[in-house]
Write a protein that binds this ligand. Sequence first.
Ligand SMILES: Cc1cc2nc3c(=O)[nH]c(=O)nc-3n(C[C@H](O)[C@H](O)[C@H](O)COP(=O)(O)OP(=O)(O)OC[C@H]3O[C@@H](n4cnc5c(N)ncnc54)[C@H](O)[C@@H]3O)c2cc1C
Length: 327
Amino acid sequence: MTDHPRGSGPRAAALHLARALGSSALKASLLKAAGSKTLQRQMTKNPLARRVAGRFIAGDALTDAVEVVRRLNASGASASLDYLGENTDSDAQARAATVAYLAALDSIRDERLDAEVSVKLTALGLDVRPALAIEEAARVAARAKETHTFVAIDMESHDYVDRTLASLDTLRRAYDNLGVCVQAYLYRTPDDLERLIDWQVRVRLVKGAYREPSEVAYPDKASVDRAFARLLERLMEAGAYPMIATHDPRLLRLTKKLAGRYQRDRDTFEFQMLYGVRRDLQQKILEEGYRVRVYVPYGGQWYPYFMRRLAEQPANLYFFLSHLAKA
Ligand SMILES: Cc1cc2nc3c(=O)[nH]c(=O)nc-3n(C[C@H](O)[C@H](O)[C@H](O)COP(=O)(O)OP(=O)(O)OC[C@H]3O[C@@H](n4cnc5c(N)ncnc54)[C@H](O)[C@@H]3O)c2cc1C
């Protein structure tokens, strides 16, 4: 018997399609769609899509993000501001992204926010030429230094890892307020982590959010989780200031256990989570007395970020499709 969706109409059909695809094929399709410029144009113009994306994005304007950071700070959490945008293809766009970050840093200083910034080097011109991204990131790091805060460099797809780490190697010689993200799903990450431990920079450990081939990344969740646990132990043992970025309750418990084993005070590492994801867990960890930093994205270029969030959790897609179908 064919498994027909219960009910009719676009919502039922969409849900049926999503279920029929299965979660790993669905994830791959969503991550592929994240790179589509055509879909990006269509979705960004759609007010309903924008509203649904608002679960994960503070708003279009810096003032929206500042408002969210104020609320987070009042609850005891720190923040990291991410001005959305990636893969810029001109000097002018890269400079515009820098200007947005300088404004964010000025707000952090003027409003006395407990916040740092997160940057993607492709937003600052890495695809145009690495020297441009380094120059722009240096301007952001210099302003962050004046503001007494940090700059975390996000990690993008595997093609960018060498260029990102090489840029960081140049930048860290002039700025000591930089950190970088590493992705547990990449086979190369244990070696990268040893270099970063040598450099004594702050490291954010994540599972990894991009569509990667099995030649470079573990294809299955169980292997990624095990890789995360191994990297976590090494980071808690030797890292300068581990930033454990996950919502996985098992890995949060393991972090607390490792903090005990390696006698880490609670001000020598932090948990990081995404705006709009597992707020209950963010609050619980704060109440237990740990440091929590929430990653707060804002700006008009929300499409690829939103698609990666949909891909992480199939339930998000059902939520999104049901809103679209109701419209
Ligand atoms: C602060 C921060 C910065 C990040 N920076 C980067 C980066 O620079 N590069 C990069 O590749 N990746 C980055 N990521 C994303 C990361 O790689 C993962 O894709 C993401 O965190 C989901 O993985 P997880 O560790 O929470 O574990 P999962 O096993 O995916 O999720 C564990 C649980 O968390 C909840 N959850 C997770 N994601 C969602 C979601 N989207 N919606 C609703 N619930 C969800 C669910 O309850 C799920 O069961 C970042 C993540 C965080 C928290």
